[in-house]
Design a protein around this ligand. Structure first.
Ligand code: TPP
Ligand code: MG
Length: 564
């Protein structure tokens, strides 16, 4: 049988290392699914196409390699769009495929008509309809190249008749379809950075997701400069929580020690981060920023020097140039404050804090204590992000992904399915609010169906918890009817789906529920019924401050989580 365009596309995906396609089949996708069936690629049929896009986004975020999702004509593809923003906002290479009706039906407002290239325009770096078999090879190559170049989302619209047509030509230059290479800053830039560092008495190094694989160089620079290392939420996974260099995060997912260090240092060196919350950054012009992306330099804080370069090779060069510092007092002060903050976190997470109520901090801490040393945590959005991200004590070999730039509720389970599919033996733990879980709980069925043993921890406060805080912080009475909702019995739901379910209503039940869920074979849900009135920490607000100033700060803080 002659190769079809669909077969050609799937052949390319195989060759560039794609292991799965996440999708939900429909008539226009039939030729594509048939080609997948004949290939080494696994078809993972989801319950909702947003779950497919999230799964692909999760994979691409974790590995930096191309992941693929597919939806069928019109409504099927429409469902992909929301999930794709995860990939676009976190710069992860995803190829999204929209099946479309045969070309002879185009242009007459036929049933299910949409304009996918218009709809996907905003979320994609590249979107194109393959209109003829002859066009397919070049466009397939271009789409994958664009996804890697961003990195981000590339989208193809695939009319059914074109997918089924006989392939013409071959897709060449496959060797070029790979993640971008790292590159160092120039010698001139390194000299300027070194000069400014040598002039500063106290330096803080802020590490973002761009510092992946640079932990050793960062520690070495920290030792050389007696400079505390602080991180963004996407950088948290880089080092173990108890590494003496690793002082914690900045902002609401962060510590007072770090807030003070960043505000009071002579020089803040931001590396591989586009940290968006300007109100937590210094406004004194004492920032040096290093990033691969020139467009992010200087846009979040007044910056004295912006340098393009990848973290790892640039740090290596910098280490050869900067002079060692001898005065460790600043570092020691931050260490001391950090120890006090950690003690406070421990107290808040203590299971003995209340007899009959589970505090959400304890949920995160119990999960963290029970997780494997190489577990992958997938966080959702809401108050639960604060509990998970502040109270998980990462090992340095775990990964933490979430919706940290898109801040979308309902994204954890879908992404968890994606990363679990890459390696079914790795422990993958989704931590989500009940509102978030309700949004796409059908994707638990995807996990059961495809043997993806994800563990889902639900912070059950019967409310869109963060919304209460947002309303209160701007002086609006929380609209209870809009914020609170009933939940199903999540443990019963898990069992009804063919998975495992556990419930913890009291502190005494939490450890067993979590450890049993982590131990069972196959997907499981832990329904953790938590106190709904817990307030997050405000690392930048003194508790004794009251009145308008504190309210304004809390408002800022809430905006810092939700983006407004
Ligand atoms: C898709 C989406 N819808 C709505 C919001 C606005 N929002 C931000 S947090 C939040 C509450 C989430 O509730 P839940 O999942 O129960 O988490 P909790 O805050 O209770 O921990 C909402 C609705 C959003 N960020 N994303
Ligand atoms: Mg909730």
């Amino acid at each position: 049988m002659a190769q079809t365009v669909a077969g050609q596309l799937v052949g390319v995906l195989e060759q560039v290392g794609v292991k799965q396609v996440f999708g939900l089949i429909g008539d226009s996708l039939n030729p594509l699914a048939d080609a997948v069936r004949r290939s080494q690629i696994e078809w993972i049929g989801v319950r909702h196409e947003e779950g497919a896009a999230l799964a692909a986004a999760g994979q691409a975020k974790l590995t930096g390699r191309l992941a693929v999702c597919a939806g069928t004509t019109g409504p099927g593809s429409n469902h992909l769009v929301a999930g794709l923003y995860e990939a676009s906002r976190d710069h992860a290479p995803v190829l999204a495929l929209s099946g479309d009706m045969p070309r002879k039906m185009h242009g007459t407002d036929f049933i299910q008509t949409t304009e996918p290239d218009l709809l996907f325009r905003d979320v994609s770096l590249y979107t194109e309809t393959i209109s003829t078999a002859a066009q397919a090879p070049a466009v397939i190559h271009q789409a994958i190249a664009a996804a890697y170049a961003g990195p981000g989302v590339a989208h193809l619209t695939l009319p059914q008749d074109v997918l089924a047509a006989k392939a013409e030509g071959v897709v060449s230059s496959l060797a070029t379809l790979r993640p971008r290479s790292e590159f160092p800053a120039t010698t001139g830039d390194i000299a300027q950075i070194a000069q400014r560092i040598d002039r500063a008495n106290s330096v803080v190094i802020m590490c973002g997701a761009g510092c992946r694989d640079a932990a050793d160089a960062l520690r070495a620079l920290s030792d050389r400069l007696k400079a505390p290392l602080v991180h963004t939420v996407r950088g948290k996974e880089l080092m173990a929580y108890d590494d003496p260099h690793w002082m914690g995060g900045l902002g609401m997912i962060g510590t007072k020690a770090v807030y003070n260090a960043v505000q009071h240092c002579d020089l803040l060196l931001m590396i591989g981060t586009d940290y968006p919350y300007s109100n937590f950054l210094p406004n004194r012009g004492n920032v040096i920023q290093i990033d691969e992306r020139p467009q992010v330099l200087g846009r979040r804080a007044p910056t004295a020097l912006g340098v393009t370069g990848s973290a790892r090779p640039t740090l290596k060069l910098l280490l050869e140039r900067v002079s060692p510092k001898t005065d460790g007092r600043f570092f020691d002060k931050v260490t001391h404050e950090r120890e006090r903050w950690d003690e406070m976190l421990d107290k808040q997470a203590d299971l003995a804090r209340s007899k009959d109520r589970i505090h959400p901090q304890a949920v995160a801490r119990v999960v963290s204590n029970a997780a494997r040393r190489d577990a992958i945590f997938v966080l959702d959005t809401g108050l639960n992000t604060l509990w998970s991200a502040n109270w998980i004590r990462q090992t340095g070999s775990q990964a933490i992904i979430g919706s940290f730039n898109n801040a979308a509720v309902g994204t954890a389970l879908g992404q968890a399915n994606g990363v679990q599919a890459l390696d079914r033996s790795r422990q993958v733990i989704a931590l989500t609010g009940d509102g978030g879980f309700n949004m796409l709980m059908s994707e638990f069925m995807t996990a059961v169906h495809h043997g993806l043993p994800v563990k889902v921890i639900v912070y059950n406060n019967s409310a869109l918890g963060l919304i209460t805080l947002e309303a209160e912080s701007v002086g609006i009475v929380p609209f209870r009817e809009a914020i609170e909702f009933p939940n199903p019995d999540f443990a019963g739901l898990a069992r009804a789906c063919g998975g495992h379910g556990f419930t913890a209503r009291e502190p005494g039940q939490l450890r067993a529920a979590v450890s049993e869920a982590l131990a069972v074979d196959g997907p499981a849900i832990v329904d953790a019924v938590v106190a709904a009135d817990e307030m997050p920490n405000m690392p930048h607000v003194e508790l004794e401050q009251i009145g308008h100033y504190a309210v304004a700060k809390i408002k800022e803080a809430v905006l810092a989580v939700t983006g407004g």
